[in-house]
Design a protein. Structure first.
Length: 61
């Protein structure tokens, strides 16, 4: 990744932040922090969908 200091300064000036400095882990297999983040997110979505289904259908699991 070759970026000159003027490009980084321009990014910082126009966006207010340098988007390349954000934490973005590389996807890997196994119990990694990246996989656990997605597992947690999908679990939260599943719980919300189950609760919405129970509220709409009045059927309790």
């Amino acid at each position: 990744m070759n970026t000159s200091s003027s490009e980084v300064a321009l990014e910082s000036k126009t966006l207010g932040v340098n988007p390349t400095s954000y934490y973005r882990p590389e996807p890997r297999l196994g119990f990694t922090p990246y996989a656990e983040l997605w597992n947690g997110r999908l679990a939260m979505v599943g719980i919300i969908i189950a609760l919405a289904f129970e509220l709409v259908s009045k059927y309790v699991f």
